[in-house]
Design a protein around this ligand. Structure first.
Ligand code: NAD
Length: 283
């Protein structure tokens, strides 16, 4: 079994980006990301901490705008419009979840597509589906980079994606399809899930259910991409795959932590640098 080492690849990516950022700065462009956080959510603050570390490493200026839980939707809209118009800001990201009184889709779609470094804006989602470009959501983008790095060619392979969310399941399915895989998408209403997972040459799982995939649900030689980040019974971080049970049956597997999660942050940095380069071209 080969471990798909996201940590190592993420470091390589960030090293390369560091050089690109130096070049951008020499050309008078100072890449800047603004992260909007509403309501002091504990998990969000942890994720923002990871982004902060990565930005510091790569040389991207990060501004975290914190808003009170009771902030109105209209106020957020106005603030985002100002950021859209601000030429010193290259990337805008709204940390989820937002409080219930705020329409998250409306907020995401207020961000101009060329600053939407999360790739969640409807225009970027459309670009990904139709052309396979635009800003690609960071987690699926990281998965594709990992597969490339380990020379796992999905062309003609049966890729089974479990989980159909807008941030992971749907976009990774589109990217695998773009790379000529045969893609099956499963979700919570799928009947006889194991009948599908057992057929997978490549299994991507993103459901948020600790140690859900067990060895009897996979075929020998499968490539497993575990996107899940959960707390197990022992309170330790674990994925959606029972790693110990599956590792000897799989040909490749991502660890949790150290697999997809770290790649996600690295790809966010990549999207920020891409957004800053648009500034270089005067877009
Ligand atoms: P979500 O809750 O938005 O969607 C979950 C999906 O899984 C849904 O389509 C649902 O139908 C499906 N599902 C749930 N239970 C199922 C079951 N028993 N069988 C089959 N399908 C089932 O989740 P999400 O935001 O995509 O996140 C999923 C997991 O991935 C979570 O653990 C989350 O923390 C993790 N995640 C990790 C990263 C990363 O960077 N590694 C990024 C995003 C999400």
């Amino acid at each position: 079994m080969i471990l798909l080492d996201g940590k190592k690849l993420a470091t390589e990516i960030k090293e390369n980006l560091k050089i690109e950022v130096e070049q951008l700065k020499a050309a008078g462009i100072f890449p800047k990301l603004v992260v909007i956080e509403v309501g002091n959510n504990f998990a969000s603050l942890k994720y923002i901490g990871n982004k902060k570390k990565a930005c510091e490493y790569v040389g991207i200026d990060l501004e975290v705008m914190e808003f009170d839980y009771n902030t109105s939707e209209q106020e957020l809209v106005e603030r985002i419009k100002n950021l859209n118009a601000d030429k010193t800001v290259h990337g805008i990201l709204v940390q989820m979840p937002l409080p219930e009184h705020i329409d998250k889709d409306k907020i995401i779609n207020i961000i101009v597509p060329n600053k939407d470094v999360d790739g969640f804006n409807i225009q970027n989602v459309g670009s990904l589906s139709v052309y396979g470009n635009g800003f690609i959501p960071c987690t699926p983008y990281g998965i594709i980079e990992l597969l490339d790095k380990y020379q796992i060619n999905v062309c003609g392979k049966h890729c089974v994606v479990v989980g159909a969310s807008n941030i992971v399941g749907k976009p990774i399915s589109m990217l695998l399809l773009k790379n000529n895989a045969t893609v099956t998408i499963c979700h919570s209403k799928t009947k006889d899930l194991a009948e599908f997972t057992k057929q997978a040459d490549v299994l991507v799982i993103a459901i948020g259910n600790p140690n859900f995939i067990t060895a009897d649900m996979i075929k020998a030689g499968v490539v497993i991409i575990d996107v899940g980040i959960n707390r197990g019974e022992d309170n330790q971080i674990c994925g959606d795959v029972d790693f110990e049970d599956c590792k000897s049956k799989a040909s490749h597997i991502t660890p949790v932590p150290g697999g997809v999660g770290v790649m996600t942050v690295a790809m966010l940095m990549k999207n920020c640098v891409k957004a800053a380069k648009c500034g270089l071209k005067g877009e």
